[in-house]
Design a protein around this ligand. Structure first.
Ligand code: FAD
Length: 338
């Protein structure tokens, strides 16, 4: 396709006037695509009350420009209204690529918009790249139950749209010297979808038990042998002020509930410290932990795959190692309330 469309866009998200972290993760993805295409990277924000100083942080983290449509009517996400706004922006500026997060907002807004335009959308991409020669977006994601990786293209339509899982990439470090344009685009109230009205807003009681935000995650697997032993994982997580994670095997056995599952068919996590105990390190589990800053593996098998990836590999029996760690933490003044 000859391309009169050229900007690469990433969709920023906000709640209560504060930018969400995923906005910065997407910029890291978008930056490398825009650089390969030699084009401009724009962060697009639809919402309300985000200050210019905050919008400028999007530029410091990789955007060349920010397009912001803000209005009290856009404070809360309403798919139809946001979709109309996004469509009108796309019509005017004709981006070649639009990336959103695979959050509840991105997973609703992007399909809605893609159908209306119409164009293609690849959900939950793990890798994004630019095809040499054509400049098409290569959108890679697990397919057939996670057993193969499929690379999908949208050669005939623009923009090429994709969602990316939160925590699957790290934001670029802030560069204070970066300068860019913040363009405030006025909101046309005719775009409000009158069929949908917000009657109230209640913050979700998260089922995730802090896995998404936790700095420390202690995850247990099949090596714990039985459900009762998972209390060791809870106890260590509590002492470390962290959250409890689990392999799919542990979840399938009913030792932990699904919101604790980490991996390809569970959550992608990005804590400062991930501790995997009695987890072998199957590729589907690793897919969920690879952006963790430090990986600790506790496993009795010296050849366990997770040991190979770990920054710290402890070869030992979980039933001896966990109490020993807890004892040493207590000796150093870290209370054990488990
Ligand atoms: C389509 C698909 C999607 C999947 N999605 C996910 C996913 O999202 N998340 C996920 O985790 N898996 C997923 N899986 C499953 C994955 O392939 C593995 O089966 C699973 O991760 C294994 O869990 P585990 O490491 O707990 O168990 P195992 O592989 O059985 O490993 C147990 C480990 O415990 C160690 N061990 C045993 N006794 C002790 C002891 N006393 N002390 C210390 N270590 C001990 C063993 O040496 C072993 O390494 C998926 C699979 C498929 C096909």
């Amino acid at each position: 396709m000859t391309d009169s469309h050229n900007e690469v866009w990433t969709l920023a998200e906000q709640y209560d006037g504060k930018l969400k972290g995923v906005s910065f993760e997407l910029l890291a993805r978008g930056r490398s695509l825009a650089d390969k295409l030699g084009t401009k990277l724009v962060s697009v924000l639809i919402g309300d009350g985000v200050a210019d100083s905050d919008l400028d942080t999007l530029i410091k983290h990789g955007a060349d420009a920010v397009y912001a449509v803000q209005s009290p009517e856009l404070k809360y996400f309403v798919c139809e209204t946001y979709g109309q706004v996004l469509r009108s922006l796309i019509k005017e500026y004709q981006p070649t690529i639009l990336l959103g997060a695979a959050t509840s907002t991105g997973r609703t807004l992007l399909p809605y918009t893609a159908v209306k335009i119409p164009t293609g959308l690849t959900a939950d991409c793990t890798e994004l790249d630019i095809e040499e020669g054509t400049g098409n977006l290569l959108q890679t994601r697990p397919a057939i139950g996670g057993n193969i990786m499929a690379t999908i293209k949208t050669p005939d339509h623009r923009p090429q749209m994709a969602t990316v899982r939160p925590k699957s990439s790290r934001p670029l470090p802030a560069d204070a010297s970066r300068k860019g344009e913040i363009k405030h685009i006025s909101f046309d109230k005719a775009l409000i979808d009158k069929r949908t009205q917000i009657r109230g807003y209640r913050k979700e009681e998260s089922e995730t038990l802090g896995l998404d935000e936790a700095d420390i995650i202690v995850a247990g697997g099949h090596g714990l042998k039985k459900g009762e032993n998972f209390s060791l994982i809870h106890s260590l997580a509590k002492q470390l002020g962290g959250a409890v994670g689990a392999s799919r095997d542990a979840v399938d056995r009913g030792w932990a509930s699904y919101p604790h599952q980490i991996g390809l068919s569970g959550k992608t996590v990005s804590p400062k410290v991930y501790v995997g105990i009695g987890i072998s390190g199957a590729i589907q589990h690793l897919a969920g932990i690879k952006t963790s800053e430090t990986i600790v593996s506790i496993n009795s098998d010296p050849d366990a795959t997770l040991h190979k990836l770990a920054d710290l590999a402890i070869v030992g029996d979980a039933f001896q190692v966990i109490p020993e760690i807890q004892k040493r933490l207590t000796e150093r003044g870290v209370k054990n309330n488990g």
